[in-house]
Ligand binder design. Structure first.
Ligand code: DGJ
Length: 682
């Protein structure tokens, strides 16, 4: 046994390199120096199986007798290849290890484990033979402790994203599989494991995410010998990746985080993601989609921009409908030139109006798609990817792997950005692929985005796929906002956003204040609840403000002002999700890194049986600090019908962090579908 210990900020990954490819022996709280402890980790081996137990290396192979899903599956000339990778060279620092190994079958494998706030694992495979190599799969296999007996994953659908599902870790193999060709709404590429009943603050919790925007699979293997591993990677359809001599396949990065409780695990994911983002405050935006849909009229859009500026919006985003023959969703997609029908004098009159009001201008595009009824499709029907008979929202997918097609799209988008003062692009993608693998398409998408970013480095991009269908850490290397969901209903959003926050931070979470009556659910909600729900994310407005009353506009301006004041805390602090015993409310907050300030929200979702919610017990505060606890009373806020409401609501009160995290504070009687905000300063 030869052990290496990567360690940082109280977390360690211990790997055994004596099997060639490193095997994770421990990933969790740092156990300290390892000198002389090898005998303690020397695993017994019961009879009745192979003479040597196959190690749970990062890439266990069928060639070594690994009984679970192997980390590598390849074939050559129709014959399976069973590599063994017995030898590897490893180079390590205190926080990373790189290994390289070659198999006589002509395979070169390179991998890295990099421990930052999160653990990043990369693998690449090179065909070192003169004959083609078919890659069926290459993904890291991560060994987890025997205490990881419960699994949390997320599924969903359009307007209902990031819904949590808990289950005991089943015996045998459990497969989470996404074949939609985009990250997907229903198989979110992240799993969390921990001891039975793990919650926000207890249990060693591991989160594992496949940073990839195409097909993926996550395999939970519970072997008969008791070992538990997660294999996370790209799902390849047969024959999709064939390596010619000297060619390399890069597996998607896998990003993991560990923490005591889910919240700490999420915080580590968040810090990792925040390091990828531009270092400037996220501008409050107004998106025109639900305000005007396809009905683009310059005077109306200018009036909307006036209202947006009046309430403090910083970026005005023109959504679908500005180009080609796009008067509804049946035509025009692919024709990326300004429609004279919608904008007779081009976009300039609107853009200069918006920028003249001191706002940035943003625009919607959906470059990967084409309507059959479009000039582009009429000119290039051969650019369609997959089965041209399968439509989704009246559209087909363009094959970005065709050089000419990608170059055409780059040219159109490059012109659009070069000719106009555009600071932001909402990049949409509204259908699954059909009849095609997603490997080439996803790599080509990344290349298109990379090329555009290189040509227009100051333009920020949002990732949207019918709402939150493309939320992953690889797209976030090229974008800085995720459109979380097309559902702006605050009741639905409470669950959607809480789910999202498990691995993605609020600073990338597009969260809009919609109109009083939500377009996607028909539910009517108070402005104060809509705003308190959206406040924590990358705030936006998606509401025809020309319909809003003066009272609502004033209140909206106050909310936007509050968001701007709290923005450094909301987007830079540590997210805290609170466990609650009552099923009728949810609570979460953000605490600054130095613990000097925090903001918490309690949302009453339904009317509780006791009539009064249990006290709000906070967490992650400095126990020895005195905090001033203040109710953030906002215009339009309504509490509930209480004969008496707690005194701290009207007179800010001081208490120590220790008190607030042990005893907590009493909550007022609240109406269902309302929220209470409190601000802590010290
Ligand atoms: C789907 C997106 O999720 C919406 O926000 C909007 O941009 C529409 N597409 C436009 O077609």
């Amino acid at each position: 046994m030869h052990l290496l210990r990567l360690h940082r900020d109280g977390v360690a990954v211990v790997v055994d390199t004596s099997h060639g490819i490193p095997a994770i022996v421990h990933w969790g709280p740092d156990p300290g120096p390892l000198d002389g402890i090898e005998p303690l980790l020397d695993r017994g081996h019961p009879p009745g199986t192979l003479d040597m137990e196959p190690a749970a290396t990062l890439v266990p192979t069928a060639g070594s007798g690994w009984p679970g899903r192997p980390g590598i599956e390849v074939s050559r000339g129709g014959v399976p290849v069973f590599p063994r990778f017995a030898e590897a060279t490893c180079t390590a620092t205190a926080t990373d290890v790189r290994f390289e190994s070659h198999d006589p079958a002509g395979l070169g494998l390179v991998g890295t484990l990099d421990l930052g706030e999160a653990l990043e694992i990369s693998l690449e495979l090179t065909n070192e033979s003169a004959d083609d190599l078919v890659v069926h799969g290459l993904a890291p296999v991560i060994a987890l402790p025997s205490t990881a007996t419960e699994v949390l994953r997320f599924d969903g659908r359009w307007c209902h994203e990031f819904h949590p599902r808990r289950m005991p870790w089943p015996a045998g193999t459990h497969l989470l599989e996404n074949r939609r060709g985009r990250t997907s709404h229903d198989t979110v590429p992240v799993v969390f494991t921990g001891p039975a009943g793990f919650d926000e603050s207890t249990g060693v919790v591991h989160g594992i995410h496949v940073a990839w925007s195409g097909n993926h699979d996550v395999v939970l293997d519970r072997l008969a010998d008791g070992r538990r591993v997660v294999r996370a990677g790209e799902l390849l359809v047969p024959g999709e990746v064939v390596l010619g001599p000297g060619e390399t396949y890069h597996a998607p990065r896998v990003v993991g985080a560990v923490g005591i409780g889910l919240t700490q695990c999420s915080q580590r994911f968040h810090t990792h993601v925040r390091a990828l983002l531009p270092d400037r405050p996220r501008p409050v935006l107004l998106n025109t989609w639900e305000a005007v849909y396809f009905d683009h009229d310059l005077d109306r859009l200018r009036a909307l921009a006036d209202r947006a500026a009046q309430v403090g919006v910083e970026r005005f985003v023109l959504d679908d409908g500005w180009f080609g023959g796009r008067r509804d969703d049946t035509a025009g997609l692919g024709d990326w030139w300004v429609s004279p029908a919608a904008h007779p004098d081009g976009l300039e009159p609107l853009i200069s109006h918006v920028t003249g009001l001191g706002m940035e201008f943003g625009i919607w595009v959906e470059p990967e798609m084409v309507n059959p009824d479009s000039d582009l499709h009429r000119a290039h029907p051969d650019w369609v990817l997959g089965d041209a008979a399968v439509l989704g929202r009246n559209q087909l997918v363009l094959d970005l792997g065709i050089e000419e097609c990608r170059a055409h799209l780059f040219g159109r988008l490059d012109r659009l950005l070069a000719d106009h003062d555009i600071a932001f692009v909402k990049w949409d993608m509204n259908r699954d692929l059909a009849g095609a693998g997603s490997h080439r398409q996803t790599r080509a998408l990344y290349r298109l985005l990379d090329d555009l970013r290189a040509a227009h480095p100051s333009v920020e991009i949002e990732s949207c796929a019918s709402g939150g269908g493309r939320a992953d850490l690889e797209i976030l290397r090229r974008t800085c906002r995720i459109w979380t969901s097309d559902c702006n209903d605050p009741v639905e959003r409470q669950t959607i956003q809480r789910g999202f926050s498990h691995f993605l931070p609020p600073v990338v979470m597009g969260a809009h204040i919609g109109p009083p009556r939500a377009h996607t659910t028909g539910r009517t909600s108070r402005l104060a609840f809509r705003a308190a729900t959206a406040l924590f994310g990358h705030l936006g407005i998606e509401w025809n403000l020309l319909d809003a009353s003066d009272r609502h506009l004033d209140a909206l301006a106050a909310w936007i002002d509050l968001h701007k004041r709290l923005r450094p805390l909301l987007h830079g602090g540590d997210v805290v999700r609170l466990d609650r015993s009552d099923p009728d409310g949810v609570a979460h907050g953000v605490v600054s890194a130095d613990r000097s300030e925090a903001v918490f929200a309690y949302s009453q979702l339904t009317a509780g049986l006791p009539g009064l919610a249990p006290p709000l017990v906070l967490r992650d505060l400095d126990p020895d600090r005195a905090y001033r606890v203040e109710h953030l009373a906002m215009p339009g806020e309504v509490l509930g019908l209480g004969l008496h409401q707690p005194a701290w609501l009207t007179s800010p009160t001081e208490a120590t962090g220790r008190f607030l995290t042990t005893v907590g504070l009493e909550l007022p009687v609240l109406f269902p579908e309302s929220a209470l905000l409190l601000h802590l300063t010290s």
